[in-house]
Design a protein around this ligand. Structure first.
Ligand SMILES: CC(C)(COP(=O)(O)OP(=O)(O)OC[C@H]1O[C@@H](n2cnc3c(N)ncnc32)[C@H](O)[C@@H]1OP(=O)(O)O)[C@@H](O)C(=O)NCCC(=O)NCCS
Length: 196
Protein backbone atom coordinates (compact mmCIF):
# COMPACT_ATOMS: atom_id res chain seq x y z
CA UNK A 1 0.00 0.00 0.00
CA UNK A 2 1.22 3.48 -0.87
CA UNK A 3 0.34 6.07 1.80
CA UNK A 4 0.31 9.67 0.65
CA UNK A 5 -1.30 13.02 1.34
CA UNK A 6 -4.85 13.48 0.05
CA UNK A 7 -5.20 15.60 -3.11
CA UNK A 8 -8.24 17.67 -4.19
CA UNK A 9 -9.08 15.11 -6.88
CA UNK A 10 -9.36 12.44 -4.14
CA UNK A 11 -12.10 14.24 -2.20
CA UNK A 12 -15.13 12.53 -3.76
CA UNK A 13 -13.55 9.07 -3.56
CA UNK A 14 -12.60 9.62 0.09
CA UNK A 15 -16.17 10.66 0.95
CA UNK A 16 -17.59 7.58 -0.79
CA UNK A 17 -15.06 5.36 0.96
CA UNK A 18 -15.94 6.94 4.32
CA UNK A 19 -19.65 6.27 3.84
CA UNK A 20 -18.98 2.67 2.82
CA UNK A 21 -16.66 2.09 5.80
CA UNK A 22 -19.02 3.61 8.34
CA UNK A 23 -21.90 1.53 7.11
CA UNK A 24 -20.00 -1.30 8.80
CA UNK A 25 -19.51 0.67 12.02
CA UNK A 26 -21.04 -0.59 15.26
CA UNK A 27 -20.84 0.92 18.73
CA UNK A 28 -19.24 -1.25 21.45
CA UNK A 29 -22.77 -2.34 22.50
CA UNK A 30 -23.38 -3.63 18.96
CA UNK A 31 -25.86 -0.92 17.97
CA UNK A 32 -25.45 0.95 14.69
CA UNK A 33 -26.20 4.55 13.72
CA UNK A 34 -29.17 4.93 11.36
CA UNK A 35 -27.18 6.75 8.70
CA UNK A 36 -23.48 7.55 8.98
CA UNK A 37 -22.46 11.21 9.17
CA UNK A 38 -18.71 10.72 8.80
CA UNK A 39 -18.65 11.25 5.02
CA UNK A 40 -20.12 14.71 5.66
CA UNK A 41 -17.64 15.29 8.46
CA UNK A 42 -14.79 14.54 6.06
CA UNK A 43 -16.36 16.98 3.58
CA UNK A 44 -16.57 19.92 6.01
CA UNK A 45 -13.40 19.14 7.93
CA UNK A 46 -11.14 20.24 5.09
CA UNK A 47 -12.42 23.82 5.51
CA UNK A 48 -11.96 23.90 9.29
CA UNK A 49 -9.14 26.04 10.66
CA UNK A 50 -8.13 23.11 12.85
CA UNK A 51 -7.65 20.78 9.87
CA UNK A 52 -4.07 19.60 9.32
CA UNK A 53 -3.69 19.08 5.55
CA UNK A 54 -0.30 17.38 5.95
CA UNK A 55 -2.02 14.66 7.96
CA UNK A 56 -4.94 14.02 5.60
CA UNK A 57 -3.64 10.69 4.36
CA UNK A 58 -4.91 8.11 1.93
CA UNK A 59 -3.75 4.58 1.30
CA UNK A 60 -3.67 3.55 -2.33
CA UNK A 61 -3.58 0.09 -3.87
CA UNK A 62 -3.50 -0.41 -7.65
CA UNK A 63 -4.36 3.26 -8.11
CA UNK A 64 -7.47 3.05 -5.94
CA UNK A 65 -7.98 4.70 -2.55
CA UNK A 66 -8.61 1.97 0.00
CA UNK A 67 -8.28 3.82 3.31
CA UNK A 68 -8.00 7.30 4.75
CA UNK A 69 -7.38 9.20 7.96
CA UNK A 70 -7.71 12.85 8.86
CA UNK A 71 -6.39 14.85 11.83
CA UNK A 72 -7.42 18.13 13.43
CA UNK A 73 -5.87 20.27 16.09
CA UNK A 74 -7.46 20.07 19.53
CA UNK A 75 -6.47 21.52 22.91
CA UNK A 76 -6.25 20.98 26.62
CA UNK A 77 -7.23 23.88 28.86
CA UNK A 78 -5.31 23.67 32.11
CA UNK A 79 -7.16 24.27 35.39
CA UNK A 80 -5.14 27.49 35.75
CA UNK A 81 -6.17 28.68 32.28
CA UNK A 82 -3.12 27.86 30.15
CA UNK A 83 -3.53 25.79 26.99
CA UNK A 84 -1.72 22.82 25.52
CA UNK A 85 -2.01 22.00 21.82
CA UNK A 86 -3.02 18.44 21.04
CA UNK A 87 -3.99 16.55 17.93
CA UNK A 88 -7.01 14.39 17.24
CA UNK A 89 -7.77 11.99 14.43
CA UNK A 90 -10.91 10.64 12.90
CA UNK A 91 -12.66 9.55 10.97
CA UNK A 92 -10.46 6.69 9.87
CA UNK A 93 -11.86 4.38 7.22
CA UNK A 94 -10.85 1.19 5.49
CA UNK A 95 -12.77 -0.17 2.52
CA UNK A 96 -15.18 -2.78 3.92
CA UNK A 97 -13.86 -5.76 1.94
CA UNK A 98 -10.31 -4.99 3.11
CA UNK A 99 -11.02 -4.45 6.80
CA UNK A 100 -9.23 -6.69 9.27
CA UNK A 101 -6.12 -7.12 7.12
CA UNK A 102 -3.85 -4.61 8.82
CA UNK A 103 -4.43 -1.60 6.57
CA UNK A 104 -5.94 0.47 9.38
CA UNK A 105 -3.02 -0.35 11.66
CA UNK A 106 -0.49 0.60 8.97
CA UNK A 107 -2.29 3.85 8.14
CA UNK A 108 -2.74 4.94 11.77
CA UNK A 109 0.90 4.16 12.61
CA UNK A 110 1.99 6.10 9.53
CA UNK A 111 -0.19 9.07 10.57
CA UNK A 112 1.13 9.05 14.13
CA UNK A 113 4.75 8.91 12.95
CA UNK A 114 4.15 11.75 10.51
CA UNK A 115 2.47 13.77 13.28
CA UNK A 116 5.55 13.29 15.45
CA UNK A 117 7.78 14.40 12.55
CA UNK A 118 5.63 17.53 12.16
CA UNK A 119 6.31 18.36 15.79
CA UNK A 120 3.00 17.51 17.46
CA UNK A 121 3.33 16.41 21.09
CA UNK A 122 0.25 14.32 21.83
CA UNK A 123 -2.88 12.85 20.29
CA UNK A 124 -6.15 12.68 22.20
CA UNK A 125 -9.13 10.73 20.87
CA UNK A 126 -12.47 9.25 21.74
CA UNK A 127 -12.33 5.82 20.14
CA UNK A 128 -12.78 2.12 20.61
CA UNK A 129 -10.94 1.08 23.80
CA UNK A 130 -10.39 -2.37 22.30
CA UNK A 131 -8.55 -1.07 19.25
CA UNK A 132 -6.43 1.99 20.03
CA UNK A 133 -4.29 0.76 22.97
CA UNK A 134 -2.23 -1.23 20.40
CA UNK A 135 -0.93 2.13 19.14
CA UNK A 136 0.10 3.15 22.65
CA UNK A 137 -3.06 5.03 23.61
CA UNK A 138 -3.77 5.04 27.36
CA UNK A 139 -6.79 6.23 29.34
CA UNK A 140 -6.70 10.05 29.15
CA UNK A 141 -7.81 10.20 32.78
CA UNK A 142 -4.36 8.88 33.69
CA UNK A 143 -2.96 12.22 32.48
CA UNK A 144 -5.54 14.14 34.52
CA UNK A 145 -7.57 14.95 31.40
CA UNK A 146 -11.35 15.15 31.28
CA UNK A 147 -13.99 15.83 28.66
CA UNK A 148 -15.48 19.35 28.58
CA UNK A 149 -18.33 18.20 30.85
CA UNK A 150 -15.81 16.80 33.33
CA UNK A 151 -16.45 13.16 32.47
CA UNK A 152 -13.68 10.62 31.94
CA UNK A 153 -15.01 7.69 29.97
CA UNK A 154 -13.21 4.56 28.77
CA UNK A 155 -13.00 5.53 25.05
CA UNK A 156 -11.29 8.80 26.01
CA UNK A 157 -7.62 8.06 25.34
CA UNK A 158 -4.32 9.87 24.89
CA UNK A 159 -0.95 9.10 23.33
CA UNK A 160 2.18 11.13 23.94
CA UNK A 161 4.23 11.53 20.75
CA UNK A 162 6.86 13.30 22.82
CA UNK A 163 7.57 11.69 26.21
CA UNK A 164 6.17 13.76 29.06
CA UNK A 165 4.40 16.22 26.75
CA UNK A 166 1.06 16.02 28.56
CA UNK A 167 2.75 16.57 31.92
CA UNK A 168 0.83 16.27 35.14
CA UNK A 169 -1.23 19.46 35.00
CA UNK A 170 -4.33 17.78 33.56
CA UNK A 171 -7.23 19.85 32.29
CA UNK A 172 -10.27 19.70 30.07
CA UNK A 173 -9.85 18.56 26.51
CA UNK A 174 -11.68 20.22 23.63
CA UNK A 175 -12.00 18.77 20.13
CA UNK A 176 -12.57 21.21 17.30
CA UNK A 177 -16.18 22.28 16.83
CA UNK A 178 -16.20 20.75 13.34
CA UNK A 179 -17.05 17.47 15.09
CA UNK A 180 -20.34 18.97 16.27
CA UNK A 181 -22.35 18.05 13.21
CA UNK A 182 -25.09 20.44 12.08
CA UNK A 183 -27.84 17.87 11.47
CA UNK A 184 -29.85 20.13 9.11
CA UNK A 185 -26.80 20.90 6.98
CA UNK A 186 -25.92 17.19 6.97
CA UNK A 187 -29.42 16.19 5.82
CA UNK A 188 -29.40 18.78 3.03
CA UNK A 189 -25.91 17.83 1.82
CA UNK A 190 -26.56 14.11 2.20
CA UNK A 191 -29.71 14.32 0.03
CA UNK A 192 -27.49 15.29 -2.90
CA UNK A 193 -24.72 12.81 -2.13
CA UNK A 194 -24.27 10.17 -4.81
CA UNK A 195 -24.09 6.77 -3.18
CA UNK A 196 -21.10 5.86 -5.40
C1 LIG B 1 -11.62 0.59 12.37
C2 LIG B 1 -10.85 0.39 11.08
C3 LIG B 1 -10.27 1.70 10.58
C4 LIG B 1 -9.68 -0.57 11.42
O1 LIG B 1 -8.95 -0.85 10.25
P1 LIG B 1 -8.69 -2.38 9.80
O2 LIG B 1 -7.76 -2.35 8.66
O3 LIG B 1 -10.00 -3.06 9.63
O4 LIG B 1 -8.00 -2.93 11.13
P2 LIG B 1 -6.66 -3.79 11.21
O5 LIG B 1 -6.73 -4.92 10.26
O6 LIG B 1 -5.49 -2.93 11.14
O7 LIG B 1 -6.78 -4.29 12.69
C5 LIG B 1 -7.66 -5.34 12.96
C6 LIG B 1 -8.02 -5.31 14.39
O8 LIG B 1 -8.84 -4.17 14.62
C7 LIG B 1 -9.99 -4.59 15.29
N1 LIG B 1 -11.05 -3.69 14.85
C8 LIG B 1 -11.40 -3.38 13.61
N2 LIG B 1 -12.43 -2.52 13.65
C9 LIG B 1 -12.69 -2.27 14.93
C10 LIG B 1 -13.62 -1.47 15.59
N3 LIG B 1 -14.52 -0.71 14.96
N4 LIG B 1 -13.60 -1.47 16.92
C11 LIG B 1 -12.71 -2.23 17.59
N5 LIG B 1 -11.81 -2.99 17.03
C12 LIG B 1 -11.80 -3.02 15.70
C13 LIG B 1 -10.23 -5.98 14.84
O9 LIG B 1 -11.01 -6.67 15.78
C14 LIG B 1 -8.80 -6.50 14.82
O10 LIG B 1 -8.41 -6.84 16.12
P3 LIG B 1 -7.31 -8.00 16.38
O11 LIG B 1 -6.05 -7.54 15.71
O12 LIG B 1 -7.20 -8.00 17.88
O13 LIG B 1 -7.90 -9.21 15.79
C15 LIG B 1 -11.71 -0.26 9.95
O14 LIG B 1 -12.16 -1.53 10.37
C16 LIG B 1 -12.93 0.57 9.55
O15 LIG B 1 -12.87 1.35 8.61
N6 LIG B 1 -14.06 0.38 10.27
C17 LIG B 1 -15.28 1.13 10.00
C18 LIG B 1 -15.15 2.59 10.37
C19 LIG B 1 -14.66 2.76 11.81
O16 LIG B 1 -15.14 2.11 12.74
N7 LIG B 1 -13.67 3.67 12.00
C20 LIG B 1 -13.09 3.89 13.31
C21 LIG B 1 -13.84 4.87 14.09
S1 LIG B 1 -13.27 6.53 13.73
Amino acid sequence: MIIRQERPEDHAAVERLTLAAFRTFAFPDGSRPERPCEHYLVHVMRDAAAFVPGLALVGEEDGEIVCNIMFTESRVVRPGGGELATLTFGPVSVRPDLQGHGLGTELINHGLNRARELGFGAVVIVGHPGYYPRFGFRPAGGYGLAMPDGSVMEPFMALELVDGYLGTGGGKWYADEVYEIDRDALAEWDAGFGEG
